[in-house]
Design a protein around this ligand. Structure first.
Ligand SMILES: [Zn+2]
Length: 281
């Protein structure tokens, strides 16, 4: 039964993620993503990647804080002088308010990831509102101010929901463009390789500080990304650095006789995994 639930969840989320991709700002280096139309783009509201001038990236950690694992991650980030963004579950905030205060005190960004990790896409507005209000209150109580970012569990959210949530709570909706699928526990080496391989300037990297393998992968991730020259900022800092996309080259008049259907050029990330099933984001 559990397997079936996971399978159905994968199916649903896979479909939802494809829809989400169409909703979000398109990256010029990600030709596999459908081009957004004016109707389904919410400029200034939704971000899965940010166009920046410079090697800046944002590491994000979901579903915590974890009393056991988050302190280890915070120690490591402090050693590297790296600021990250934490999308917290309200229930865990209520259990570990001191960890939330530590995250904020050490310069990390604290953001909302709902109270109990439900699927917003299947909920009433009042249900979603209750999840967000309770979490906002818990975070405010723990660190003295409300968050300004929200990531919907599983990345599942309708365009209409994004709009009213932004209007009512002032949140920007943050998704991701790099997903190592660490919730499947593929081992620290795989988590590190996937992140390092797919991260580019402006990336928002998804990970979870509730899985031991993710924490074990982080020394490798930080070392490798630093070696590639990346600089780490919070999601709000990354968004504040956004620069306009360069104008697109005008289309060639002649249709190509053999349209390319293969993968992206070598210089681009191999795959935007945000369209992969992500049952536990
Ligand atoms: Zn999550």
């Amino acid at each position: 039964m559990f397997t079936l639930r996971i399978f159905l969840s994968c199916l649903f989320v896979s479909f939802g993620a494809v829809q989400l991709n169409a909703d979000d700002a398109v990256a010029p280096q990600a030709p596999e993503k459908p081009r957004p139309t004016p109707e389904n783009v919410e400029p200034g509201i939704t971000f899965d990647w940010v166009h920046v001038d410079g090697p800046y990236v944002a590491l994000t950690f979901d579903d915590g804080p974890s009393a056991k694992l988050t302190p280890k991650l915070l120690d490591l980030l402090a050693e590297h002088h790296i600021k990250a963004t934490f999308f917290l579950i309200g229930e865990n905030v209520a259990e570990n308010p001191e960890l939330v205060a530590r995250e904020a005190r050490e310069g990390h960004e604290v953001a909302s990831h709902s109270w109990s990790h439900p699927n917003f896409g299947k909920m009433s507005d009042d249900g979603v509102r209750g999840q967000l209000r309770k979490t906002d209150d818990a975070i405010k109580s723990a660190m003295g101010k409300s968050p300004t970012l929200m990531r919907p569990p599983y990345g599942s959210i309708a365009v209409r929901q994004k709009k009213w949530i932004h209007q009512e709570f002032g949140y920007k909706i943050v998704l991701w463009d790099v997903d190592p699928l660490d919730w499947r526990r593929p081992g620290p080496a795989a988590v590190c390789n996937r992140i390092v391989k797919n991260t580019r300037a402006g990336s928002i990297v998804l990970a979870h500080d509730i899985h031991p393998g993710t924490i074990e992968a982080m020394p490798c991730v930080l070392k490798e990304l630093e070696a590639k020259g990346f600089k780490f900022v919070t999601v709000s800092e990354l968004i504040a650095m956004e620069t306009p996309l360069p104008p697109k080259p005008s289309p060639t008049p002649k249709p190509s006789p053999s349209p390319k259907v293969s993968a992206a050029p070598k210089s681009t990330p191999v795959k935007s995994t945000s369209s992969s099933p992500t049952p536990h984001n």
